[in-house]
Write a new protein. Sequence first.
Length: 626
Amino acid sequence: MSEREGDGRRNDPRARKRSVRIGGASGFWGDSALGPAQLVAHGDVDFLVFDYLAETTMAILAGARLRDPTAGYATDFVEVAMKPLLREIVARGIRVVSNAGGVAPQACARALVELAQQQGVALEVAVVDGDDAMPVVDALREASAQPAGAAFVDIEGRPVPAKLLSANAYLGALPIRAALDAGAQVVVTGRCVDSAVTLGALMHAFDWSADDHDRLAAGSLAGHLIECGCQATGGLHTDWETVPDWPNIGYPIVECEADGSFVLAKPPGTGGKVTPAVVAEQLLYEIGDPAAYRLPDVVCDFTQVRLRAEGADRVRVQGARGRAPDDRYKVSATYVEGHRSSATLSIVGLDAVAKARRTGEAILARTRAMFAARGWPDYSASLVEVLGAESGYGPHANAALQAAREAVLRVSVRHPRREALELFAREIAPAGTSWSPGTTGASGRPSVSPAIRQLAFFVEKSRLAPTVVFRGERIAVPVPSAGGGAAGDRGAAEECERAGPYEEFEQAGDRVEVPLIRLAWARSGDKGDTSNIGVVARSAGLVPVLRAQLTAERVAAYLAHLVEGPVVRYELPGIGGFNFVCERALGGGGMASLRNDPLGKGMAQILLSMPMRVDPRRLASVSPDG
């Protein structure tokens, strides 16, 4: 618990504490209003942190600013989270860090200050500025045009488009720490790495230095675990049926100590659950190489992280290691490439799936002919999906579902001309009287919107100048860098691989075929067009089974209908986990993808249907509740 003064008030904000409680109040823009209210009332927290900025969210905010120069921040932070709680937050001395600023952090801060004034609350708000990389884009492009200049390309080696809509660097925790050190009660940032809102609070609370890399890695892991809200407390858990009280699910709290150790918990009396399995799923979420998880402040090695239950709904996390970061920021950029639209129809009756597919193909064929008559080009991309028939499973779809008597047709398209997609939108409703019997569910013409695409590139840290704007002053924030990023120590992984020989054990008994879900928990997420699928063995005895059978090659073959690029497998011996990084797996990813699952949230669920062969005695070691 946090230290208290004798009169019940919290210590001075600059005082260093033995332990600090931080509540993760939001996992994305659109998360429930329950989180902040629950944590303020029952979490006994020192800090409340909000993460709003998924990569797709940045694209949405950039589009909003394109339409309205005063827009570009997550309005829910002010109107939904802070408005009903501001007086209580201030009265309790809770400090708030949020990346709700998006592409307009100053506008977000102004709105919050106006809210405080309306409520008669004295509030000191600091803004972290300097993530906007648009001013340096021209310089980078000019440098690349010089005879000896390097090409201005994204991280996949493709030329950066001539006109960008936005470009924002992933800043780290140092500016947040500086804002809290200066006395800010609320810190509003633009684009920063998701875990930085937590790490910045911990660096301030414990006076951690920028070269204390193991502690920075531990603090980053604490932030990583709570950055997606209830995903750390039973949300999206593979064994969903074991998670109690969904309506009142608890939001996560990390109880952190000065040495970097911490416990993940949730408010008492709330739903959800916190177990090593639940925490392991979130640990693997979107981390890429677990031995080199690169952040602006530290390169983290999570391969030897250990998880231990410490009472009901409490898990102790330890073993993160860190090393110096490199001298670059990653920049997330957006640009407009044509327009997009998606339409849905419901089809009812016998052979609904076949009727839906034929309807979708007919819509595309008719509109293509109309485009040609007008001299317009074909669609840039198109996709017909039949929801309810396991379209995402491809060749692994359940054959019985192809005879379903109810299905949802989804037709998605991109085109360089807006008027072409406006024509497409007009040609959806005619299906209700022209083609398949049982066609219904049309809800007006689908909208046409700019097709905002994402890319990422690197920029030297020296080109950007993070600053804190507070009390009318601009505070420069020095950002050290060093050459980090060496490969992690794999010695422990080799030791784990030698333990419990898979082949000898399996020869002793007959194998049975079971789906992967019987052997493992799994969770998936996205980074642009890359899908990250984390898999955790349900028991130590199943680790060698997964190591032998769940290879990168098998995963690539099983997901070949979705994944076009290479698949790389990484191992985390500390938690019995494997992380699969699948490139070119999401149809472009984010707002560029036409898929019903553009963020790859279902990729792990599809993989969990993969058949595995195992000695039944290994299944006997599986815990019923992770």
